[in-house]
Design a protein around this ligand. Structure first.
Ligand code: AMP
Length: 191
């Protein structure tokens, strides 16, 4: 079972991915986490991605599709994955379709966690205030969030439309309590 979890930064995709992993035995495939790991490991990919990520821009589609394919081919992905933070452009969505077809797999659900911008801004300000400086993500600031939200809406809206046009996009109110969002996800997936 392969699921895409859409949502702007700080919408709760990471938290809900953890829930889905435990509940359905899926693997979380977060391109953001993979890129942050590459930076921490000091790899060539990490060196290329770090400045782009700090600016809040998107890493190029070919690079992203390459790391996703590589991860999908690992044995632990055999039960399926939750795509978190991917696809972020229409080209990545088309690339994912081609990749899944090539691998004899399919996309089962595309689910959007919908959260308004002002709600996200308040959430990030609270998170920054509550997280020790040493543990904060470099791009988790109200200033960068503003930029990332702009990028998200400009570049991801066409991807949402891509899945909506195929009739596979389902939308959940992401302003709800964490447990209520988890319940809504379970209803969709178990239906
Ligand atoms: P995230 O943790 O998903 O918010 O991603 C953090 C940053 O990593 C983004 O702001 C982008 O710079 C980069 N990134 C993560 N996933 C992608 C993707 N699918 N396409 C392009 N850039 C990405």
């Amino acid at each position: 079972m392969n699921i895409i979890l859409f949502g702007p930064p700080a919408a709760g995709k990471g938290t809900q991915s953890q829930f889905l992993m435990k509940k359905f035995g899926l693997v979380q495939l977060s391109t953001g986490n993979m890129l942050r790991q590459a930076i921490a490991d000091g790899t060539e990919l990490g060196k290329q991605a770090s400045a782009i990520m700090e600016r809040g821009d998107l890493v190029d589609d070919t690079t992203i599709l390459g790391i996703v394919r590589h991860r999908m081919e690992q044995p632990d992905c055999v039960n399926g994955v939750i795509f978190d933070g991917f696809p972020r452009t229409k080209k990545q969505g088309e690339g994912l379709d081609a990749m899944l077809q090539d691998m004899g797999q399919s996309l089962d659900f595309a689910i959007q966690l919908a959260v308004p911008n002002d709600f996200l801004m308040a959430r990030v300000k609270k998170r920054v205030a509550e997280t020790p400086v040493a543990q904060r993500r470099a791009d988790d600031t109200p200033e960068t969030l503003q930029k990332r939200l702009g990028v998200y809406h400009a570049q991801t809206a066409p991807v949402l439309a891509y899945y909506a046009d195929q009739g596979v996009l389902q939308i959940i109110d992401g302003t709800q309590e964490i447990s209520a969002v988890s319940t809504a996800l379970t209803h969709i997936i178990s239906a």
